[in-house]
Design a protein around this ligand. Structure first.
Ligand code: MOS
Length: 728
């Protein structure tokens, strides 16, 4: 039985449930001190002075760092692939400027966390306060156009004016925060000019490279260790200011320093999904053939960095349309920089596009699935490329049958269950198949075990496990004898663990390294006169369970290495997508189905059923994939009904910066949710056939729920989250 495609439990599962997995803040170093950040209490302005004497005088306090006593850091010009293309990362404790509420303005370092926290509360900061603009709806906000912001195909203005059937809607999505269970944390230790960081990160290399540039160190000076990440989905793609602060505090005190953001500090100390406004207009002929789509997006960013996302991608190619216009604008507010959050750009765009298509289906009196299938393109109309695979039709057909879509009554408000109005809705999910160059090392040892390694990360989807499965099949060694190493910047370089690219990119590199290692050992056997396989054609040799077999004879990894007196044999290999992204349009697709109940009197929305059916290429581990899918759907419930970071626009403070006040779905909000992956293999997307299945599972959930709410109530809500006040 091949390991790929098998349901395997997480190889690190026991470590996690026993509390033995070491997350960043779990490391304990001798002599470790503790740092606590003091955040600004104004949203914009200039620091005019500090009162730090009380804090400094407390027992155990080592230092109180402010911009007045902190050396200037080089901050060499440097961008990770994740960093915004325009702007400059926050330079922390470098001057008197306050750019957003909660910006770090001082750091207290002490012998204990308690002493540092107490002293941090005693630091007083004086400000010359300016007006902070934090409201995306403030009239007359200047908007900037990011690079590549606009796109036009055909004549969208004329086409919309003349479309026989059209709908035009304005959509709003609240700011959302990732809220991973694990707090962001960094431990920093200097040995001379060498720095080691134990950090929560999705990119050990990008963090190492960034901190190297911030401190102006020679290449290779920063070592980042991050074996476990307790959730992130974008929040740990960048090294936020606290990583620099931990390193700075360690350097200034000459001690290893641990810095953990509080839950409240997570809201201003990391990124978030930007609040956004969209317009989506779609026109069609009376047969439901789309003639035009106009999609306009506006999102918030900070005043110091232009964070951009692929808002405009879906409208350009998802459905056939001769006329398309997309525009994208940013409002530079006095806020910290937003970042990617699960399904970045597409999750937001799909809310507008898929709600608009639902409206159009009602205008046409056509089934919403039929409308989508009528507009299936035969190629990517944005770049003219053929699809590597596109099985959206199957997702809808299989999903509709499983969900019982045919029982749906077309009229709104047509189904009741006691005091609940019941409705069903559907929406398309889609996410780009991202691939980048990756390297992996594979080493087989004389005891028959193997180690495979790459500088990737595992924020929860099961990278450790799935990579062991890929390695097991390629090496022909039992999975239990393979150890996968990740989360260390000294391992062979890989892209950051984001954008659903890890399996296609790192998985392909692992396969490459393991096959090359297997072939090396096979060649060692057939050229060794002492081997039973001596003289045989290496291509005839089959390798499984650690044994090399051909023509009824057999050898083993152990014996081959033992005879050659080798402790181990190892190979490092690189994989890259090469030209494929310019030859094929590769996306994962899905169809999401939702059934909701809406309490007619109270406006309460309850999810009754959710189903996602996905075309994500080859599924390496159905158990992990299902878990990813369920997580994505639950994240989608949050986006649709609950999540909303609320800002007090008088000073830019976030008023619900806690897990008590920022609502995420809990068990009572989540009914049985179901996930199905089509049996697939897209070898044009990646050699292992995977397209990626993490990001896509949140895309389409919010519009499927909004469409179900419309079907239940006849009320179209174009603003997320859909709270009860919008339904009364
Ligand atoms: Mo993902 S939003 O790239 O972690």
């Amino acid at each position: 039985m091949p390991e790929i495609g098998s349901e395997r439990s997480r190889v690190d599962g026991q470590l996690k449930v026993r509390g033995a997995a070491t997350y960043a803040a779990d490391f304990v170093l001798p002599g470790m001190a503790f740092a606590v950040i003091v955040g600004s209490t104004v949203g914009k302005g200039r620091i005019t002075g500090f009162e730090t004497r009380d804090a400094s005088g407390q027992p155990g306090v080592l230092q109180v760092l402010t911009h007045l006593n902190t050396p200037k850091l080089p901050y060499l010009p440097f961008r990770t692939p994740i960093d915004p293309q325009v702007g400059e990362r926050l330079h922390v404790l470098q001057d008197d400027q306050v750019k957003f509420f909660g910006q770090p303005v001082a750091v207290v370092v002490a012998e204990t966390l308690q002493a540092a926290e107490h002293a941090a509360g005693l630091v007083t900061v004086r400000y010359d306060t300016a007006e902070a603009v934090t409201d995306l709806d403030k009239p007359g906000l200047p908007l900037v156009t990011p690079t590549g912001g606009d796109y036009t195909r055909g004549d969208p203005v004329a086409a919309l004016a003349s479309a026989p059937v059209k709908v035009d809607g304005a959509y709003r999505i609240a700011r959302e925060h990732h809220n991973p269970m694990e707090l962001h944390a960094t431990i920093a230790q200097w040995e001379g000019d060498k720095l080691t960081l134990w950090d929560k990160t999705q990119g050990v290399l990008s963090t190492a490279n960034e901190i190297t540039a911030v401190f102006g160190l020679p290449a290779g000076s920063v070592h980042v260790v991050s074996p476990f990440v307790g959730g992130a989905f974008g929040s740990a793609l960048r090294a936020w200011p606290h990583v620099t602060l931990a390193a700075l505090a360690a350097r200034q005190t000459g001690r290893p320093v641990k810095l953990v953001l509080s839950r409240k500090q997570m809201y201003s100390g990391t990124g978030y999904r930007a609040a956004n406004r969209q317009r989506f207009a779609v026109g069609a002929d009376r047969d439901g053939r789309i003639t035009v789509m106009v999609h306009e997006s506006i999102a918030e960013t900070s005043a110091y960095e232009q964070h951009t996302e692929a808002f405009s991608e879906l409208a350009r190619f998802l459905y056939t349309s001769p006329n398309v216009q997309t525009t994208y604008r940013l409002a530079e507010l006095d806020v910290n920089t937003p970042t990617y959050m699960r399904g970045p750009g597409r999750a937001q765009a799909a809310f507008a596009i898929e709600s608009g298509l639902d409206d159009l289906a009602y205008e046409l009196a056509m089934d919403p699935i039929e409308l989508r299938l009528r507009n299936e393109p035969d190629r990517d109309q944005f770049n003219g490329l053929p699809f590597s695979t596109r099985r959206l039709r199957e997702c809808y057909e299989i999903g509709a049958a499983k969900f019982g879509w045919s029982r749906r009554k077309p009229q709104v408000r047509s189904t009741r269950d006691g005091h609940w109005l019941v409705g069903v809705g559907t929406a398309t999910a889609c996410y780009h198949t991202i691939r980048n160059n990756a390297q992996a090392l594979a080493r087989v040892k004389v005891d028959g075990t193997a180690v495979v390694a790459s500088a990737t990360s595992d924020m929860g989807p099961g990278t450790y496990t799935a990579m062991c499965q890929v390695a097991a099949d390629s090496l022909g060694i039992e999975m239990g004898k393979i150890q996968f190493l990740l989360g260390d910047s000294t391992l062979p370089p890989s892209p950051s663990h984001g954008g659903s690219q890890t399996m296609a990119s790192v998985g392909s590199a692992v396969r490459e390294a393991c096959e090359s290692l297997r072939d090396t050992v096979v060649r060692m056997a057939v050229t060794d006169p002492a081997s039973p396989l001596y003289g045989l054609d290496p291509h005839q040799v089959q390798v499984r369970n650690g044994r090399l077999e051909a023509s009824g004879k057999s050898d083993s990894y152990r014996e081959v290495l033992r005879r050659r007196n080798r402790d181990a044999v190892e190979v490092t290999a690189q994989w890259g997508p090469g030209d494929t992204p310019r030859q094929f349009s590769s996306y994962a697709y899905g169809a999401v189905f939702a059934e909701v109940g809406v309490d007619e009197t109270l406006g309460l929305v309850r999810i009754r059923r959710l189903l996602g059916v996905y075309d994500a290429g080859r599924v390496i581990n159905p158990k992990l994939a299902r878990s990813q899918g369920v997580g994505g759907l639950i994240g989608g419930i949050g986006m649709a009904l609950l999540e909303n970071t609320v800002t007090d626009h008088r000073d830019g403070r976030l008023v619900n910066a806690s897990m008590a006040d920022y609502l995420v779905p809990v068990n009572a909000d989540v009914p049985a949710v179901d996930v199905l992956f089509l049996d697939g293999h897209d070898d044009k997307a990646s050699p292992i056939g995977a397209k990626g299945l993490g990001e896509i599972t949140i895309v389409g959930v919010a519009p499927a729920i909004a469409n179900a709410v419309y079907h239940a109530t006849g009320k179209r809500v174009r603003e997320l989250p859909i709270t009860l006040d919008k339904l009364l």
